[in-house]
Write a protein that binds this ligand. Structure first.
Ligand code: TUI
Length: 307
C-alpha cells in the first residue's frame, strides 16, 4: 500500500507505532520496522544517553528505518533533541507541545519531523515551520490527549494543510485504517494494538488488562491539570477521578501519580500504576507478533478499500 507516508519514511506499510513512554523500547520498535511499519522508541522522561543506547540497540536488530518520539513536556527534551540529531535517526515524532524550537536542528541533521497535533491551528503552524507530515491525534488515544475526536479532527486537518496527515486515536484493525484513508489520511499511528504485541515488553498484568478491557473500560484522569490522560479503568484510576471531583490539589495529584507509568509498565502494579491505553482497547483481544498485527490490519484494509 503506497502512500505519501510510505514514500516519505521509506517503509512498506503506512503505519507508525505509537511512541509510548516506558513502553516503546528498542525491541518493539525494531519488530515493527522489520515488519515493514515505522517503529518508534519513546523518549518519555528518560535520560538522553539511555535513549542513545536504545537507538543503537535497535540498529543491531534492524537496518530498516525507525524513529524516536520526543515528549516535549519532559525536562530532558533538549538533551533528547540533541541526541536524536547526533544519531541521525530517520524521523522524529513529537507530543505534548510545539516542537518549533527544535525544527532547524533536526532538519539540518536530515531528520524527518512529524509532530502530533490536537487541532488545526497547530497543524498549520507545524507546516509553516517545515514539518514533513503531522499526526492528527483524536481523543480516543491512550495517554495525554486533546479534545477533538479522530473522526472530526482528521478531515479538518487534511483540509487545512498540504503535508501528509497521519490519523491516530482509535485505530486497531483494517477498518480503522480504511476509515482513516477515507478521511484523507495517508497513514495511521497505532499504539494500543501494539501493547499486546509479543515483542512489547510491558508487564504481563498490563497486557492482561488490555486484553480483558471492554468498550467502557478506559477513563480520563487529570483533566483539571490541563494534561488529561486516558488509561484503563482500575480501582486506582477511578479513585484519582473521584479525588479530582472532590477538589484534590494539583500537588496532591502529582504526588499520587508520580512514577505511575513506570509502576504500570515495568512493575505491573495494579494498585498504583497508570495503565495508559486507548478507547479501542475493547477490540484488542490477542497477543501476537507485531508482524502478524500489521499484516492482518493491511490485508483487511486492502480488501475494504478494494486495492
Ligand atoms: O504525548 C502524547 N501522549 C502522551 S505523553 C505522555 S507522558 C505524560 N504523562 C502525564 C501527563 C502528561 C503526559 C503520555 N501520553 N500524545 C501526543 C499528544 N500531543 N497528545 C496531545 C498533544 C498535544 C497537546 C498540545 C500536542 C501539542 C499541543 O500543543 C500545545 C501548544 O503548545 O500549542
Amino acid at each position: 500500500m503506497q502512500t505519501k507516508i510510505t514514500e516519505l519514511l521509506k517503509i512498506k506499510f503506512p503505519v507508525l507505532q505509537g511512541g509510548m513512554a516506558w513502553i516503546s523500547e528498542h525491541r518493539l520498535a525494531a519488530a515493527v520496522s522489520e515488519a515493514g511499519g515505522a517503529g518508534i522508541i519513546a523518549g518519555g522522561n528518560a535520560p538522553a544517553e539511555l535513549i542513545r543506547e536504545e537507538i543503537r540497540k535497535a540498529r543491531t536488530l534492524t537496518d530498516k528505518p525507525f524513529g524516536v518520539n520526543i515528549m516535549l513536556m519532559s525536562p530532558n527534551a533538549e538533551d533528547l533533541a540533541r541526541v536524536v540529531a547526533e544519531e541521525k535517526v530517520a524521523f522524529v515524532t513529537t507530543g505534548a507541545g510545539n516542537p518549533g524550537k527544535f525544527m532547524e536542528q533536526w532538519k539540518t541533521a536530515g531528520i524527518k519531523v512529524i509532530p502530533v497535533v490536537p487541532g488545526v491551528a497547530l497543524a498549520k503552524r507545524m507546516e509553516r515551520s517545515g514539518a514533513d507530515a503531522v499526526i492528527a491525534e483524536g481523543t480516543e488515544s491512550g495517554g495525554h490527549i486533546g479534545e477533538n475526536t479522530t473522526m472530526c479532527l482528521v478531515p479538518q486537518v487534511t483540509d487545512a494543510v498540504g503535508i501528509p496527515v497521519i490519523a491516530a486515536g482509535g485505530i486497531a484493525d483494517g477498518r480503522g485504517v480504511a476509515a482513516s484513508f477515507m478521511l484523507g489520511a495517508e497513514g495511521v499511528q497505532v499504539g494500543t494494538r501494539f501493547l499486546t504485541a509479543e515483542e512489547c515488553q510491558i508487564h504481563a498484568n498490563y497486557k492482561e488488562l488490555v486484553v480483558k478491557a471492554k468498550d467502557t473500560d478506559t477513563i480520563v484522569t487529570g483533566r483539571f491539570t490541563g494534561h488529561p490522560c486516558r488509561c484503563v479503568k482500575t480501582k486506582f484510576s477511578r479513585s484519582l477521578v473521584n479525588s479530582e471531583k472532590n477538589g484534590i490539589s494539583p500537588d496532591e495529584f502529582e504526588s499520587l501519580t508520580v512514577g505511575a507509568l513506570r509502576k504500570a509498565a515495568i512493575d505491573g502494579n495494579i494498585e498504583e500504576g497508570s495503565f495508559l491505553c486507548g478507547a479501542i482497547a475493547g477490540m484488542v483481544g490477542e497477543i501476537k507478533p507485531a508482524a502478524e498485527i500489521i499484516k492482518e490490519m493491511f490485508d483487511m484494509a486492502r480488501e475494504l478499500l478494494k486495492l
